[in-house]
Design a protein around this ligand. Structure first.
Ligand code: URP
Ligand code: ZN
Ligand code: ZN
Length: 448
């Protein structure tokens, strides 16, 4: 048996000063545990013991924008465990002409033998047709309970198709997330910016203003209402979009909100950095105004935000972002974050959120919304031994030169952080210690 002693456990019943034992990948006891012969003891004095953190929104090894993301399941999962994340829900993506079942197999192969954290998959449905519809029950049987559609990019579905997806996943209580940006408006506003000679990264947020998100959020909520289904708004970034969710919730709808640390910390002034530096922050939706940041933070503090993910989608600044040097619309969209989510959230919110809040936003709720609770997301007897021992007393600074992410920058460069993942356990195996991965490749596919 392995025993974690002297820590403060963050359990579904609240904080508990207790020991925790795990064996064969499962939590077997919580309480006052006297180690026996052969037991291995980890001292967690002064530390919080969390159920392993879950990042519900990552893009690893994704071919997009004529390139492939800088992080695959090797570097991405190294980064995840280094930062305290024991499970990611990545986006298996159905390209046009492909089937969703084949897309799942493709993504399982990408992760196989590489993942240091557990991996579940949402299915990004990008080619809606009779075959896709017919394959959904088998996809559910294969462990996929959550889906994503886009309202923008060349992966976008029409409103009618999105409604059909919602209706098709209803029989098995699937949950649909949506990239809420009005793609038609984005294309038009991009054209307007380029016509005015605005080719630099600072034109990116001007082509995707808050209204573009809010309109799409409102539309997706109404599609959910028509289908009689809950919906999940992914990477919410604006006050206007938040107000649309509030309206839908007032109408009685279940609308989950996911947001990301970058939208609560970094504003759109970053796009005007000297030279081409602004390209590092080109993600969609874009970084916003200070008023949006404040509104989202308030929503987190009020309990209106359900999950915090990263939308980790990394591209090398020198080698990949540079494709948009003369045209901001050609900058691959996305930014890295998988390694620093927990640390940055604690940097933003400090003691204004309690350990149980961090647990709810970054472990418990992602597990609940995506059908993994209480196997994941809970410190309870019988749950998987995915555990993050967090030392709140360690101080360190984020540097790209000292991270696991396979990318040449981080949007959080130079940030001083208080607290660090001391021990990160995946399926009962030590996957990282003091911010560095061990040799263990212990991640498994999470069949939900
Ligand atoms: O810019 C971003 N976020 N790229 C990743 C794909 C998405 O929209 O989630
Ligand atoms: Zn998206
Ligand atoms: Zn995304």
């Amino acid at each position: 048996m392995n025993i974690i002693k002297n820590g403060i456990l963050i359990t579904p019943e609240g904080e508990k000063r207790a020991d925790l034992a795990y064996e064969d990948g499962r939590i077997v006891r919580i309480g006052d545990i006297v180690p026996g012969d052969g037991d291995e003891v980890t001292d967690a004095s002064g530390c919080y013991v969390y159920p392993g953190f879950i990042d519900g929104h990552t893009h690893l090894d994704l071919e997009v924008a004529g390139t492939v993301t800088a992080d695959d399941f090797d570097s991405g999962s190294r980064a995840a465990v280094a930062g305290g994340t024991t499970c990611v829900v990545d986006f298996a993506t159905q390209y046009k002409g492909d089937t969703v079942l084949n897309a799942l197999e493709t993504w399982k192969k990408k992760a196989a033998g590489k993942a240091r954290c557990n991996v579940a998959f949402h299915m990004a449905v990008c080619d809606w047709n009779e075959q896709t519809k017919a394959d959904l029950p088998a996809l559910r049987e294969a462990g996929v309970t959550s889906f994503k559609v886009y309202m923008a990019y060349d992966t976008a579905l029409t409103d009618a198709e999105i409604l059909e997806v919602l209706e098709a996943i209803k029989p098995f209580n699937g949950i649909l997330g949506c990239h809420c940006e009005n793609g038609g408006l984005v294309a038009e506003l991009q054209k307007e910016q380029l016509a005015q000679g605005h080719t630099e990264p600072w034109a990116h947020p001007l082509s995707r203003p808050a209204e573009v998100e809010a309109e799409a959020v409102s539309r997706f909520c109404y599609l959910g209402a028509l289908a009689g289904m809950p919906v999940n708004i992914v990477h919410l970034s604006t006050k206007l979009g938040l107000e649309e969710v509030r309206k839908a919730r007032k109408r009685g709808q279940t609308v989950y909100i996911e947001s990301c640390p970058q939208y609560m910390l970094l504003d759109d002034s970053n796009y005007s950095r000297p030279g081409f530096e602004g390209a590092k922050y080109v993600c969609s939706p874009p970084l916003r105004k200070q008023a949006d940041i404040e509104a989202l933070k308030e929503a987190v503090l009020n309990g209106e935000v359900d999950t915090i993910a990263t939308d980790h989608c990394s591209f090398s600044y020198a080698k990949q972002k540079i494709a948009g040097r003369d045209d901001f619309t050609k900058i691959p969209n996305g930014a890295p974050g998988i390694e620093h989510r927990v640390a940055v959230m604690m940097h933003i919110f400090g003691d204004s959120l309690k350990p149980s809040d961090y647990c709810r936003l970054m472990s418990e709720n992602p597990a609940k919304v995506f059908g993994m609770y209480p196997k994941k997301g809970a410190l309870a007897v019988g749950s998987d031994a995915d555990i993050t021992v967090w030392d709140p007393n360690e101080t360190w600074t984020i540097h790209a030169s000292d991270m696991q992410q396979n990318v040449d920058y981080t949007p959080f460069e130079g940030m001083e952080i208080h607290g660090r993942a001391k021990y990160v356990i995946v399926n009962g195996v030590l996957a990282a210690q003091d911010g560095k991965p061990t040799d263990a490749v212990a991640g498994r596919y999470v069949c939900r």
